[in-house]
Design a protein around this ligand. Structure first.
Ligand code: ASP
Length: 360
């Protein structure tokens, strides 16, 4: 109800200003009231119960006008297929690690997301992929960063966790390790998508014209993430990305960093983040979610709200997260125009949303 209080306060504030300004402001505010009464407040934060798996496909300025039917169908179709893959495993009593891996592989194989096949381009015109996975039962984690020829980085991340003594392997070393694990490779042509390449060209043209080296709003969507809770009560979380368009100097974001972009702990929650990675690293966002629940007793929804809608917003850090607690309560929160997101409940009911929408 913050907006309501602000509106009332502004009405009072203008009591002392001149009549014209007062009536104009009241007019605008009354129309605002009227439109809110008609459509209800839009929510960038939602929650759901009895969830077994929750996904995101990136947060950012996915303006509705850029969303043609074909793109929307591809994204919804892949999110549905990813949820179904995870759910089929859940029904069989498989581990949440298998669920997360299976769901992320489906999304990595789509050209529509900035992960695996559809990864964005670096400043030098390459694709450098990052991914991480974490298991809440043991808090083991595995990750790869800056890899260029691994078809499904999430599979490599899991192999690092299970078959190496390390947590995070990078670049050629990670690729050599993947080879030793017989993990499927792909050449650079596999990762070429016109959409991502044109985005690089737009960003570089803007940069030449004195713009920021950061991507234009619509050119950095599509990181993917999954969090699952299995029948044994174990939570896993994973994230996979191509990072940010035009990244250079071997830049690594939050996605392959346990505690920043991904975290899982059976005592509290699993979480996968998306957004401007530099902020998520500095704020240890994924671990902060756990800490707010473990030390302060917040619910998963309260923790997501505190971090995404308050803390990050206050420092102009754009992004969102999906989280699932040990009891199957999901929180989906973003402070951008949209976040591709989806979840499936124990009864197999699927919800998919892209933008801010009225949620119960
Ligand atoms: N967090 C990712 C990164 O900074 C990008 C994203 O989620 O869109 O690499």
């Amino acid at each position: 109800m913050n907006w309501f209080i602000m509106v009332i306060l502004s009405l009072f504030q203008f009591e002392n200003k001149n009549y014209m300004a007062r009536s104009l402001t009241k007019g605008i505010l009354l129309s605002l009231f009227a439109s809110l009464a008609l459509v209800g407040p839009l929510k960038a934060q939602e929650k759901a119960a009895n969830v077994v798996m929750v996904l995101h496909g990136g947060a950012g300025t996915i303006l509705p006008e850029y969303m043609d039917e074909e793109k929307s169908a591809e994204i919804s179709g892949r999110l549905t297929a990813a949820l179904s893959a995870g759910y089929a495993l859940w029904e069989k009593g498989a581990s949440s690690l298998d669920m997360v891996e299976a769901a992320i592989v489906v999304l990595e194989n789509s050209p529509a997301f900035n992960a695996g096949r559809g990864a964005v381009f670096t400043y030098d015109g390459h694709n450098e992929l990052d991914a991480s996975i974490m298991y809440g039962a043991s808090q083991d984690a595995g990750a790869v960063a800056g890899v260029t020829n691994i078809k499904n980085p999430i599979i490599a991340a899991r192999a690092v966790m299970e078959n190496s003594p390390h947590v995070l392997l990078s670049r050629e070393g990670a690729e050599k390790f993947a080879e030793s694990q017989d993990i499927e490779r792909a050449d650079s042509a596999y990762f070429y998508t016109r959409k991502a390449y044109e985005a690089l060209q737009r960003v570089q043209a803007a940069e030449e014209n004195g713009g920021s080296i950061n991507p234009l709003p619509d050119d950095k969507m599509g990181t993917v993430g999954a969090v699952a809770l299995d029948k044994d009560g174990h939570i896993s979380a994973g994230t996979s990305t191509g990072g940010m368009t035009n990244k250079r100097w071997g830049r690594i974001g939050d996605s392959p960093l346990p505690g920043a972009g991904t975290y899982a702990n059976d005592a509290t929650l699993g979480v996968s983040c998306t957004g401007h990675g530099e902020y998520f690293i500095r704020q240890s966002v994924a671990y902060d979610m756990h800490a707010l629940m473990a030390y302060k007793g917040l619910t998963v929804d309260e923790a997501a709200n505190a971090i995404i809608q308050s803390k990050l917003k206050s420092i102009n850090a754009l992004g969102g997260l999906i989280a699932l607690d040990k009891d199957g309560n999901a929180a989906l929160s973003f402070n951008t125009v949209g976040m591709y997101r989806a979840y499936i409940t124990k009864t197999g009911e699927i919800t998919i949303r892209f933008f801010e929408e009225e949620v119960e």
